[in-house]
Design a protein around this ligand. Structure first.
Ligand code: S3P
Length: 760
């Protein structure tokens, strides 16, 4: 029996494990299993009897030999750790011993999978159900069992490529084998495995071999290497790898390698042309994309939230633990406005000339927008401490992206992009994370179709969106059924490309950053009461953009100060655009002591410092006209309501159900956990506040933010008046809008700790 320690309990019930090929890979597996408490019998087969002897002497295996036929029948689990081109031969020998591999779980470690699968099909007529192909993505330049490392697989990925009818028990056994060595086990199909490995491993090895070989040949005495610096060393480290092994890999994975080499050659030719013609913008665009992608890759390695989103695990495991009590004092500047940051990149990219943005929000959502434009050929420098320089390509200068545009968690990005992309000559696809994939997109797809756009959505109008380019758009008059700045902005952006005038009527005022910024770029937008309009076909001219601090992020700290006795907090340089100030208006109605200091206008947007001190709050009926003006601030306002005297009532707010989460339901669940009485309605909520002056307004407890940044931050603030710890799960997405929330919350006096993920 393979018996594992309880913490790595292995379902692999195996009496005898046979490792075929006792080199670095097989030896490290044996060492890893041994170190983690494997108590079964471990044997090995290798053509080199000295390796077997060494393995026994090192205490890795119990026994072994050079004759597979003598060893295999005793084994119930067999790992083929031989070079990939040798695997078909070993499979043939196993078949001769046990024609259907009955009673034996067999797996391999080959770096390419199609060749192994095809050999199995040839030999057995099909892939036997207990043959589970696998590939540990780990290695070293060293070789031989003497180099065996028990931690070689710890924290590394192992990819398994099961068939549809692979035996579930065999799959679980192989999975457990690798997991018990500390590896992360993933599954994908054979073709995808081979394509991914061709791109991420085989191509880089080919380039490293080629570069070193080319340089070495040019300089027969290898003198050139004396002058080589770190860049050369970093780039070529893998050229020291085993030539025979790599010959085998390129032989085995020929087609996938050739496909990725073709892509690479095309990219290299584009760069060659840019260097030859001195096209600085093209170089900057390519290098910028690459540099950003490299940083993103680093965040992948560090396992930030962005990585786990991308890996389709909806919310990475960042948990906040907030101690009850604490203060809200000092002066802070929260990060840049998310809505304005998105728009600054979009309009800057479409403008003629260079746009410099300061105060840009370096959150995951706006960074995804920035990366999307890089993928469409726009040269963008930064961000460096909130400064971004965009080399605009003009209204018609975008290039087709090479794959789907990923906009992460951002509804704003998806809806605004939909309008902008509907007017392009090329087709495109917009995709987002698990939360965004549930959000309604017909609200933009339908009016865009009425303008002549051709857009496919997934079922029920959900993302992804496929936008067919090359359509002639015509302007339209659109009377929006919901008050939505995203829909309005989407149509105005499509309107830039439309023949004639595009009119949008809003049932209630919504944020007008798009109109203001278009105006700032010299593109006229008329407003007549509740309707705005523009005419297509004009030009945008680049100009500087100063992004104020985001009132939606400041809202959490405004509420923090409003509910906390002894507070005195100033939030600097906050955008107070009148279409966004519902939070200020509602808090003032509730009796908050809130002052706007040094009101000024910066780059077309009103800005002020906001000073908040504690005052007893009273419940209010939230005026319906304030709802669109505070649409993102309700999670914070609900916490204010829970601390006010009396019952606060909200109506006409069904839109909250289709934000990053169903915010009415998510907040109601969290309030219930804290013991705050409330009644949930379809379009609103009644919250019974406990503002009776007692030390704590409610209890603590464990709350699921559902991966919604604003739910997470709202309950973190709630702890200021709780009697017990509040623990909040799924907080990684706070980084979409407020990357340094933890640091600033601590700075004002909140007792916030975070566990898991990559917390800042
Ligand atoms: C936004 C508009 C609002 C808001 C969102 C940002 C924008 O959405 O909730 O966070 O930048 O235009 P709706 O316009 O759909 O209400």
């Amino acid at each position: 029996m393979i018996a594992m320690r309880a913490d790595t309990a292995c379902r692999a019930e195996s009496a005898t494990l046979l490792i075929v090929g006792l080199g670095l890979i097989g030896g490290s597996l044996a060492a890893g299993l041994r170190q983690r408490g494997f108590r079964g019998r471990m044997i090995a087969c290798d053509p080199d009897a000295r390796e077997i002897r060494r393995g026994i002497d090192m205490g890795l295996i119990d026994d072994g030999g050079t004759d597979l036929a003598a060893l295999a029948p005793a084994a119930d689990t067999i790992v083929l750790a031989v070079p990939v081109l040798a695997i078909p031969g070993v499979l043939g020998e196993l078949r001769a011993l046990n024609p259907e591999l009955k009673g034996q779980t067999v797996t391999d470690v080959g770096s390419t999978k199609a060749i192994v699968r095809d050999a199995a099909r040839r030999l057995f007529g099909r892939v036997p159900k207990t043959l589970v192909l696998g590939h540990p993505i780990a290695g070293s330049e060293k070789s031989g069992v003497a180099a065996a490392d028990p931690d070689l697989y710890a924290g590394h990925n192992v990819i398994l490529t099961p068939e549809a009818d692979t035996d579930a028990g065999a799959l679980a056994r192989v999975r457990a084998l690798w997991q018990s060595c500390g590896a992360n086990v993933l599954e994908m199909d054979v073709e995808r495995h081979d394509a991914v490995l061709a791109q991420t491993s085989h191509l880089p090895h080919l380039l490293a071999f080629s570069l070193v070989d080319t340089l070495a040949r040019q300089d027969a005495r290898l003198d050139i290497f004396r002058y080589a610096a770190g860049g050369f060393r970093d780039f070529t480290r893998i050229a020291g790898s085993d030539p025979v092994m790599w010959r085998d890999i390129f032989t085995a994975n020929r087609d996938a390698v050739l496909a990725s080499l073709d892509d690479f050659e095309a990219g290299l030719s584009r760069l060659r042309a840019a260097v030859e013609t001195g096209d600085g913008d093209a170089m900057l665009a390519a290098f910028g994309r690459a540099s950003h992608a490299r940083h993103y890759f680093e965040s992948l390695l560090n396992k930030t939230s962005y990585q786990t989103e991308y890996a389709m695990q909806p919310h990475s495991q960042v948990t906040y633990r907030v101690r009850p009590g604490g203060g809200a004092r000092g002066r802070v500047r929260v990060p840049g406005d998310k809505s304005i940051s998105h728009r600054s990149i979009m309009l800057g990219a479409l403008a003629d000339g260079v746009t410099t943005v300061t105060g840009f929000l370096e959150g995951e959502d706006s960074l995804a927008t920035l990366q999307a434009f890089r993928e469409m050929g726009v040269a963008i420098e930064g961000p460096h401490q909130g400064r971004v320089v965009i080399h605009g390509v003009g209204l018609h200068g975008l290039k087709a992206p090479s794959g789907p545009i990923y906009v992460g968690n951002s509804g704003t990005a998806m809806r605004l992009f939909a309008g902008l992309l509907a007017g392009q000559s090329f087709s495109s696809e917009l995709a987002g994370d698990a939360s965004l994939t549930k959000r309604p997109m017909n609200r933009v797809a339908e009016p865009l179709r009425a303008m002549g756009a051709v857009i496919d959505t997934a079922e029920d109008g959900r993302p992804p969106l496929k936008i067919h380019g090359g359509q002639a758009l015509t302007g339209l008059y659109y009377d929006m059924p919901v008050a939505s700045a995203q829909v309005k902005s989407c149509l105005l952006l499509a309107g830039l490309y439309a023949e004639g005038e595009t009119w949008v009527r809003e049932p209630a005022p919504t944020r007008d950053h798009t109109e203001r910024m278009l105006g700032g770029f010299g593109y006229p937008v008329e407003r007549d009461g509740d309707t705005c309009r523009l005419t297509g076909g004009k030009r945008l001219t680049a100009g500087p953009i100063d992004v104020p601090a985001d009132i939606s992020s400041a809202a959490f700290f405004m509420v923090a100060a409003a509910i906390t006795p002894g507070s005195d907090l100033t939030l600097e340089h906050v955008g107070i655009n009148p279409t966004r100030t519902g939070i200020i208006n509602i808090l003032k109605l509730m009796g908050a002591n809130l002052e706007l200091v040094d009101e000024r206008e910066v780059g077309g947007e009103p800005v002020a410092d906001i000073r908040v001190r504690h005052a007893p709050l009273k419940a209010v009926d939230i005026p319906v006209e304030q709802v669109p003006l505070a649409i993102d601030e309700f999670p914070a306002l609900f916490i204010a309501a829970a601390n006010a005297a009396g019952t606060t009532r909200l109506r006409d707010a069904a839109e909250l159900r289709v934000k990053e989460s169903d915010r009415l339901a998510a907040m109601a669940d969290g309030l219930a956990t804290l013991g705050v009485a409330h009644t949930l309605l379809d379009d609103g909520i009644d919250i019974v506040g406990n503002g009776d002056g007692s030390a704590a307004s409610y209890g603590g407890g464990r709350i699921d933010s559902l991966g919604d940044h604003r739910i997470a931050m709202a309950f973190a603030v709630a702890a200021l008046r709780a009697s017990d710890d509040i623990v909040i799960d799924n907080c990684a997405n706070v980084a979409t809008s407020f990357p340094d929330f933890i640091e600033l919350a601590r700075r004002i006096g909140m007792g916030l700790d975070a566990e898991g993920g990559h917390v800042r």
